[in-house]
Design a protein around this ligand. Structure first.
Ligand SMILES: Nc1nc2c(ncn2[C@@H]2O[C@H](COP(=O)(O)OP(=O)(O)OP(=O)(O)O)[C@@H](O)[C@H]2O)c(=O)[nH]1
Ligand SMILES: [Mg+2]
Length: 438
């Protein structure tokens, strides 16, 4: 996803981040690089112009010459503006106060409406909803069957009948109310191009069923074309959100970066593969981090600068390089991390780590428990956890007021972490500022 754009931006930022001082010319050159990278990514040229103007304005306002790490400052400004370009905040699916919530999918032929319908149903069923999939594409011969098969494959309730598209939708909602389905997903027909007949049909459905959401489903790989089509759909029908599909195949990111700015309608979901769980809710700040290719490194650096003991951080970095990460270091890190704030939010900031550690039960309470466990280990055990056999586990559990089960979990997590650290230390640390603590 966005590989090409990320690569280009990396080149631009590499020139300015490693340096102690930046002059005006350096900043101008970086702006030029960013502009070219965005244009090459097929971002709408007006959006690019405004974006560069915003970044430049902030860069000038912050007097980079006085900044400790001016290059990083530019990256941070870029990141902030990128988040704002992508929509600032996550916009969740709007739910109707009176069930069922009705979501209407619209978009061109092949954009991914039917697939996304299945993905959404699955996503929301996992959150305790009771979705109903409705086939309202009466034009393409196999369309209803396609959704029916898809629904069967995930064991999802399905509805259609032989009426026209508007009445299928209307009846489906009645059916949902009877059967207490609380989320109705309407899969409508697509066309190769926008045509009046299709627009009339969609307007008709929308008037009749008054959906909570009209999601425009756009194939991200079509770049600016997707943005243009979305604009027309928005003018004619009125859309409430965008779902960008096939982001997995989109190296450039032009549609993703332009659509919110051009339409003023938020991106709500992205499709990242053909499988039915390849869906993500759209979070501007996470997407910006991905585009930058380095997690939200700047925020982490800022936090770290305030709280971290740099001598220790440097030592740790050396250890990481030598792959000598032990429980003692782990404890040290936990203490530092505790100073920095809630753990969950920090993990997310670490490039490449956040996602992988997610789901591990490391919350702030668990942190205290972990500390107690490590404190109950002998020096030898902390340095060489492989010696912690059954009887040692029992002793540590007793000493820390935990159970053998807890010790097992921690040892397993630690082993995972060591593996990850090994992976990390194989990577070059070029993206990391000096003494960067992980
Ligand atoms: N790689 C990838 N393929 C996708 C994604 N979403 C959909 N597809 C594929 O795109 C093709 C078209 O998807 P459909 O869901 O049938 O598209 P549609 O909008 O319903 O098309 P019509 O019903 O003809 O209007 C299928 O082959 C899907 O597997 C995605 O996020 N990533
Ligand atoms: Mg379809």
């Amino acid at each position: 996803m966005f590989e090409q754009l990320t690569e280009r931006l990396e080149l631009v930022f590499k020139k300015i981040t490693g340096r102690g001082l930046l002059n005006e010319k350096d900043v101008k050159e970086a702006m030029k690089g960013i502009r070219i990278a965005l244009l090459e990514a097929d971002v709408n040229y007006r959006v690019v112009r405004q974006f560069i103007a915003d970044v430049e304005k902030r860069a000038v306002g912050q007097d980079l010459t006085k900044s400790v790490s001016p290059g990083q400052q530019v990256v941070k400004i870029f990141n902030d503006e990128l988040v704002s370009l992508l929509g600032d905040k996550h916009c969740p699916l709007v739910e109707s106060p009176q069930p069922p919530t009705v979501v209407m999918m619209v978009g061109l032929h092949g954009s991914g409406k039917t697939t996304l319908s299945g993905k959404l149903a699955k996503l929301f069923r996992n959150r305790g909803k009771h979705p109903l999939l409705v086939a309202a594409d009466i034009h393409r011969p196999a369309a209803k069957k396609q959704l029916e098969i898809l629904a069967k494959s995930i064991d999802m309730p399905f509805y259609t009948n032989d009426l026209n598209a508007r009445d299928i939708c209307h009846e489906a909602i009645k059916h949902a109310k009877e059967k207490l389905y609380d989320l109705v997903i309407l899969d409508t027909a697509g066309r190769l191009q926008i045509d009046d007949e299709l627009m009339a049909e969609l307007i008709d459905i929308k008037r009749k069923v008054k959906p909570s959401e009209v999601l425009f489903v756009a194939d991200a790989m079509t770049g600016q074309e997707a943005v243009n089509v979305a604009s027309t759909f928005n003018e004619k029908i009125g859309i409430t959100g965008v779902a960008l599909t096939k982001l997995d195949g989109d190296a450039r990111g032009g549609a993703a970066l332009s659509i919110k700015a051009v339409l003023k309608v938020p991106i709500k979901f992205v499709g990242v593969g053909e499988k039915l769980d390849a869906i993500e809710e759209f979070h501007p700040e996470r997407m910006a981090s991905r585009i930058l290719g380095m997690g939200d490194i700047v925020t982490l650096v800022e936090k770290a600068q305030k709280t971290v003991d740099f001598e220790k951080a440097k030592k740790l970095e050396k250890k990481l390089r030598k792959q000598e990460f032990t429980f003692e270091d782990f404890l040290d890190q936990l203490k530092q991390v505790k100073k920095m704030g809630p753990l969950e939010s920090l993990l997310e900031l670490i490039p490449g780590v956040g996602g992988k550690l997610k789901g591990l039960p490391i919350d702030d309470k668990a942190l205290l428990r972990i500390e107690a466990i490590i404190n109950s280990m002998t020096k030898q055990e902390r340095r060489n956890p492989s010696i912690i056999n059954g009887s040692r586990r029992k002793r540590i559990a007793r000493g820390s007021g935990t159970s053998v089960q807890d010790i097992n979990v921690l040892l397993k997590q630690f082993a995972q972490m060591q593996k990850m650290v090994k992976k990390f230390s194989k990577l070059s640390f070029k993206g990391f500022p000096q003494g960067f603590p992980i």
